[in-house]
Design a protein around this ligand. Sequence first.
Ligand SMILES: [Zn+2]
Ligand SMILES: [Zn+2]
Length: 153
Amino acid sequence: MSDPHQLVAMFHGACLCGAVRFEADGPSLFCAHCHCRWCRAAHGAAFVTWLGVREDGFRLVHGAERVRWYASSQHGRRGFCDTCGTTMLYVSGLSPGEVHVARATVTGDVDRPPSGHVFHDHAVDWVVLGDDLPRWTSDHPGLEKYRQVPGRE
Ligand SMILES: [Zn+2]
Ligand SMILES: [Zn+2]
């Protein structure tokens, strides 16, 4: 089967009300489901699927002034629409040069499927996952940098 994902050279997305629109150049950097308690709370969801893109290839093409940023940790900020509240973006000093885009706000295809579940030790017990993707916990070496300092959540 040919892979339709690799044909996607640019991604487009928007918030619920359409005031904020963005685009990002492919190829993406990663795609993964995050179960951390901070993503869950910020999005009001059981988990959040993130698409990582290069910061220098990311553009707010409409409504940039409508994006509000919430500092959810010492290092990280979460961007949302000031009108409809859609949480769309995550940037962090711990992942310089990257913008993490909520996959659900990207319309259409992207260049890769999710590769796994991160912070799976934070996962809720009221959703049963049906895939066989890797499930990484917060002590995974690649995630260690995102672990919050106690008391700073
Ligand atoms: Zn909006
Ligand atoms: Zn998360």
